[in-house]
Design a protein around this ligand. Structure first.
Ligand code: SF4
Length: 301
């Protein structure tokens, strides 16, 4: 492993490459990453970073977003089959049909969506800025895709808006049930429960804090609670156990593991850099339309 890390570092230097890793990536991937964060943070980095090559430790829509924002760079996805089942629930044709059914309503797409879906949308958002982005729109009725749970969470914060929702969900976050929270609350009455808004509404209602991956990490790092129960993907525990080793940090459900996020390994990162493997390209006409939705989000935020 030490030799592999050394070779990756050497290739990074030779190719003027940076490695971006999502918080849900394996610890070994986070170890060689130049930047670690959630989708919003990484999209901002991808937009401004100066380098020739970006290696994305994440899933396809993230690498596509980087390729859209940095068309002059080579963007590599070490594991080409690392997709997002939530993003795959909707197509660009579905968006066109929603627009026909709801004339005049702008489309907000969660960043967990394909380049084609982004291209059909007016503005993109992440779980960190979904409320801000939707609140910034003058229209009352807004189409929000594809995560229904996040949409319901936003709708509760913005009662003046009417959200048209798509029935997509993250299969990993949707595993958590209200009964899991009640059980953990009974077992650890002094704990704080922190969950992601991709969890079902019954879970969100029982939590002490609801936020994006980065929000959860920030809250946990500054919390006085000795026990923290986390309702998002297990990868966030890497950062928390390093920064707050004195705390007891547990998942609210053992199934909070995204199999797609765990596909990338050091070996595949090495091979991507060595052989320029699995370049993600987004055709420029499509990229230009998708870029509009992403840059509008970055401006609002
Ligand atoms: S955790 Fe859920 S939303 Fe995130 S990549 Fe995995 S399936 Fe997609």
């Amino acid at each position: 492993m030490v030799e592999l890390i050394k070779n990756i570092e050497k290739l990074k230097h030779e190719r003027n490459a940076v490695i971006l890793a999502h918080n849900y990536q394996l610890e070994e991937v986070q170890q060689v990453a130049d930047y670690i964060g959630d989708s919003f943070y990484l999209s901002k980095i991808a937009a401004k970073i100066e380098c020739d090559v970006i290696v994305f430790g994440g899933v396809r829509f993230m690498a596509e977003t980087a390729a859209i924002l940095s068309p002059d760079k080579v963007v590599l996805l070490p594991e080409p089959d690392a997709g997002c089942p939530l993003a795959d629930t909707i197509t660009d044709e579905d968006i066109r049909s929603l627009k026909r059914e709801n004339p005049g309503a702008p489309v907000v797409c969660y960043i967990n969506s394909s380049a084609e879906v982004k291209a059909e949308s007016d503005v993109c958002c992440t779980s960190s800025n979904a409320i801000k982005v939707i609140a910034s729109l003058p229209e009352r009725k807004v189409i929000f895709v594809p995560d229904e749970n996040l949409g319901k969470y936003v709708a509760r914060q913005l009662p003046d808006k009417e959200l048209v929702l798509w029935q997509g969900c993250c299969v990993t976050h949707a595993k958590v049930k209200a009964s899991d929270i009640l059980m953990m609350r009974a077992k650890y009455p002094e704990a704080k429960i922190l969950v992601h808004p991709e969890c079902v509404p019954a879970v969100v209602e029982l939590a002490d804090f609801v936020g994006s991956t980065s929000d959860i990490i920030r809250y946990a790092e500054s919390s006085d609670a000795g026990v923290l129960l986390i309702g998002t993907e297990v990868g966030v525990l890497n950062a928390l156990r390093i920064s707050r080793p004195e705390k007891q940090i547990l998942l609210v459900h053992p199934g909070l593991v995204c199999p797609n996020m765990k596909k990338t390994r050091l070996q595949s990162i090495f091979e991507a850099l060595e052989y320029n493997r699995h370049r993600i390209r987004v055709e420029e006409t499509l990229a230009e339309k998708a870029r509009h939705a992403i840059t509008r989000m970055l401006e609002v935020s």
